[in-house]
Design a protein around this ligand. Structure first.
Ligand SMILES: [Fe+2]
Length: 152
């Protein structure tokens, strides 16, 4: 197996860690701002997403220390449009989850054929994040709409 560019891989993993930690804060923040009849299931969904982001950030941190490197204590960019209707929250979430997905794809590219552990990890995370994005996309469609939601 060709060698792993550890510095590069750690850089991507640290960005993943920061991005997932930002997700924890973001989903928790959103969960305070849901009002109306559908509040309870939406709040619990948002809290689940926060918990999942925490799990993802911990997995990234463990990979970093596996490589003998230092995990970042920074947190990714937090955007807040100060618009808290559910549609805006979901669009924001789709956008930031898309950034995370791109980082996992960058990771896969950096580790492919060089580390079975990291390759399996990256592929598994891509599967998880793409499935998640698909779910959010469905939530953004109008009932009865089959066509995928297009953010453009
Ligand atoms: Fe994630």
């Amino acid at each position: 197996m060709p060698p792993l560019d550890t510095d590069k891989v750690v850089r991507v993993l640290n960005r993943i860690l920061e991005q997932e930690l930002a997700g924890v804060v973001r989903y928790t923040h959103y969960s305070f701002l849901v009002f109306g009849y559908n509040r309870i299931p939406i709040v619990s969904w948002l809290r689940e997403q926060a918990a999942e982001s925490l799990t993802h950030s911990q997995a990234a941190g463990e990979m970093i220390t596996n490589l003998g490197a230092y995990p970042s204590l920074e947190i990714g960019k937090l955007l807040d449009s100060h618009q808290h209707d559910i549609g805006t929250i979901l669009v924001e979430s789709l956008e930031t989850e898309g950034n995370a997905l791109q980082l996992y794809k960058d990771l896969l590219q950096a580790v492919e054929g060089r580390s079975v552990m990291l390759e399996e990890y990256a592929r598994g995370m891509i599967l998880t994040e793409e499935t998640h994005a698909g779910e959010v996309n469905k939530m953004l469609r109008k009932p009865g709409d089959l066509k995928a939601y297009d953010p453009e």
